[in-house]
Design a protein. Sequence first.
Length: 419
Amino acid sequence: MKRLAFVLLVGALPAHAETLTGAAAFGDISTDRPGVMRKITVNDLPKPGVQVGAASSRHVARPTNAKPIVPDGYEASLVASGLKDPRRLRVAPNGDLFVAETSDGRILLVRGTGKPQVFATGLAGAFGMAFWPADNPRYLYVATTREVFRIPYASGDVKARGKPERIIKGLASGGHSTRDIVFSPDGKTLFVSVGSEGNRAESMGAKPRNMAGFERQHGLGAAWGSEEWRAMVLAFDADGGNKRSYATGLRNCAGLTLQKQTGALWCAVNERDMLGDNLPPDYATSLQPGVFYGWPWFYIGAHEDPAHRGARPDLAGKITIPDVLIQAHSAPLGIAFGPEGSGFVALHGSWNRTKVTGYKVVRLPMKDGKATGEYEDFVTGFNTPDGLWGRPVAVEFAQDGALLVAEDGSGTIWRIAKK
């Protein structure tokens, strides 16, 4: 992928219709199309209920010539197909595309329009990837469920030049198993996301006797027992030492990234299930050290989870509201920021909702580096009348500014760029 002038998302973006708000902001896959803009706020949240059923999200093989639907003036071209569980994308400084095939525990490399080749194997549960140092890397870091490794790397390598070195071990296993990683802008801090074991912390066990001491070590609102050191973003030094809590109350921060223009750390979060079709919203948000987002005691501010009624009233006024609320059960996974400033989030899609939602890539508009709270359908069309052929899992930007989208329903990677 040679360095070219930006071809995507620089300058004016596609015009969109009026933003849907309130009840109109809640929809399903039948209403999705590029340009549809939604804004969900705290005041729009329904009362908690019980999910009484789930619509079928039948998966089918990708029909011949099927491709995603993109905004007018853009086109989607196939980069790679036949992949198995491609869950993360990272572009190296020289333009090579690295792909984590999580179920097979291997890292692939795609150069230009060439066939994917195996870069490294033997990394069970491989998910998050990060190059360090960012501009002239000496290592490719890879996160598995319980460990973080670094692989010796030099620009242009097509095969790992050495065995993976384990620098972090003992991350929590079971439950949510994916671990995303990203370095701080100065390269000194490695952030690692660890999701919860359960849905609503159903089996934590006895409360710590010294809660103040526990929270000093684990962070505000942190859960314990089987959920200890989970539902949070951890921070380490670049060599894997000095483990500490960075942000808590994040049920499953499935995607981490840096906002290019500001250097802010961002997270895409899968919220809990079984409180209703439209509750609670998933979200994407910037993170600051020490912030708490509510899980498992509360959701989206001081909305108490009925399963933990009266358990932690001391936390009610200490919860940070996320920047962008996304329709519940959309399952945000990958997140990346484009050269023109907007954020982009891959929505893997619902399994537990009366009407199917998600299965698309959305854009998060920014103003002066801050999220407006809206999100816009940008890439849709992963469905047919017979079922769904694609489940977006990862987004990344090529050196020329094109948006790269991986989906694990059919195992493809797409390039979205201006015609």
